[in-house]
Design a protein around this ligand. Sequence first.
Ligand code: GTP
Length: 361
Amino acid sequence: MKAVILVGGKGTRLLPLTCNTPKAIVPILNRPFLEHLLGYLKEHGVTDAILAMCYLPDPIQSCLGDGTQLGVRLTYLVEESPLGTAGAVKNAESYLNGPFLVLNGDTITEIDLTAMVKRHKEVKPKVSIALTPVDNPTLYGVVETDTRGLVQRFVEKPTWDKVTTNMINAGIYILEPEVLAHIPASTPSMFENYLFPRLLEIGEPILSYPSDAYWIDIGTPEKYLKANHDLLLQQVGRGIQAKGKSQFHPTAQIEGPVLIAEGCIIAEGAKLKGPVVLGPHCEIGKDAVVQGAVLWHHSRVGEKAILRNCVVCSHSYVEPGSHVPDNCVLGDSVTVASGNILDKGTQVWPDGYAESNETQP
Ligand code: GTP
């Protein structure tokens, strides 16, 4: 089965991480996000993927090439302007024959795709949709189903008194190719508010595949950080994993789970308290404390600076004595001046990017 992976969105909620890096290749445990997703697909025997791109397509293509290194075959399609989730799949129609998978390019999951495909083939609906439970359904589009698992209704962000289910669309679908006839070509449209309601209206069966397997989307900085923490715990346990050569001062203290890429320098008395991910060529200064943070490549933390549960993109510098507390996000190439104590949740954007208009300069 082929897969269409939707990676054309602007990733606005993930800004400023996505100022220069599309959401599809932000590093998770120091590997581009899509490598994880393609690895998951490969585990389920899917090795042929079409990447539906729009925003910042070039970095995605140069990062993954033709997929050979990952043991998959990649086809790239670029939309001139965003076609939305359904429009993007319509745009790939000529590459699709037979039933195919569609995945949002921002979820990490262990949903059993093999079992989902098996059930789709047994029941033969026009569409199967994976569902995942959430604690707060009022923030999402929920999917109501009947006792046979057939979808009855999509309800966007229900108020608490209208909540009938906590199952939401997990962003993984199996589609029969004939449903593409219901999507207008070269026109923006979405699955949730266009194609799926339309299929229900004309009586086409949509089957749900509910699963309580691990699922997270990396759509916001908080969830991006959580995805790194979860995967780190899962893959490194409580341990310390250093890839390639780095320098550790003998008085540095490191408590796992910690993942350190090549070329890092951890100075005298510095403390790393997991979960921590350091990208290539990061420097942690003397007596600095880094706890629960994810740093991208070439970022530096000055002497006695403190970082907690935050994300620091590439080439940034937290100068000596400054504090970067919970849920702060530093974009690429930013500096936190010496002794500066940021408020929780502060975002520092790269020069030339305005938080207000959320666009490239
Ligand atoms: P936000 O701007 O933060 O909402 O993020 P987003 O643009 O990624 O939108 P959203 O999270 O709703 O999108 C879900 C998935 O669909 C993501 O993997 C997006 O990359 C993808 N996507 C959204 N819109 C488009 C589009 O117009 N074209 C393509 N090819 N993919 C899209």
